[in-house]
Design a protein around this ligand. Sequence first.
Ligand code: V47
Ligand code: SF4
Length: 381
Amino acid sequence: MPAGARMVKMVIPWKTYMPKLFDSALEPVARKVEAGQRLSFDDGLILDRTPDILGLGRLANIARERLNGDNAYFINNRHINHTNVCVNACRFCAFSTKAGEERAYTMDLDRVMEEARKFDGEHFSEFHIVGGLHPTLPYEYYVEMIRRLHERYPDTHLQAFTAVEIEYFARISGRSIRAVLEELKEAGLGSLPGGGAEIFAPRVRKKICPEKIGGVEWLEVHKTAHRVGLRSNATMLYGHIETPEDRVDHLIQLRAAQDETGGFLTFIPLAFHPQNTKFDALPRTSGMMDLRMIAMARLMLDNFPHIKAFWIMIGQKLAQLSLSFGADDVDGTVMEERITHAAGATTAQRAGRERLERLIREAGRIPVERDTVYNLVGAGH
Ligand code: V47
Ligand code: SF4
């Protein structure tokens, strides 16, 4: 500062320099959030459209801290994708291919066990297993996979097969969905991951994944899983051709299903990655959109215990910020992820425990290592 200059303390009314950051439309929603009341479809649209991202984040943070305090969960997990061969051809999927293509791979059961053995000696509590809908693998392959993994790793939780895969297993085996779930559970299945939900609106589903089961069937598989004693997760794929109404409708359908069974643990918004897909002309989702989906989910899904910011999808930096926008979980250490990386994700494939703990602590939260069903493995300090 030049000699003789005086420090002038200026007080600027905040509205004059942040005019777009105050949205009076949020006020009635804020009153409901503060009173712990359920939000309506129209409230959801206000959240989806507000330019006031900080106001939205503040509201989501109220709900987040009410449910989870300062805890921010992570898991030490390992992903296994047993095949990328799929009878479906979802337009947003860069992972799958057809048998005979150069990229095609299918692991026989010995190869699956070998894949799992790669991680022997490391500390982890979950295998996350999903794959394509293979045209010729028999139903017994999947039951046997779970049985062998469970036998070899009895203390490792097996979170395996999306609702889409479960429905496919029922079709190829001629069994009911309930029978498939019971048999897999008996073999050692611990829970279902949340994939395959995409966007429930039939108009959108027809365009992005025409061969896939509908939203009603997806929800039915999860509700049946809950009824046979399996917990599960839910997802929503956003940032493609869906509208704000489709997103709010998706969340409200999940909330209604959770009212019925109470079996969902976590909701994970999945940011669409367009590279190498039929929608590669679309832009990647913005940071604003990613934070908005986390916050909106936390506020609309008042009966879901947890909201996960999957750092593989949105990056570690945004996942860290999202811990102040409604998220209380950053997923896991992962080690190898194929689905998003096939679609152009530039995030790392792995994150060490120390790295996840540091990013959580820097966000002012308490890192808590959990297992799949949120039992504590070791609280951070
Ligand atoms: O169902 C496919 C999505 C899902 C793309 O339950 C894509 O804890 C973005 O569901 N861009 C599989 N997303 C992954 C999944 C998941 C991931 C992490 C944790 C959990 C959990 C579940 O990935 C698919 C689909 O919705 N997906 N292609 C893409 N191009
Ligand atoms: Fe197959 Fe799943 Fe990819 Fe659709 S999203 S093509 S069902 S692997």
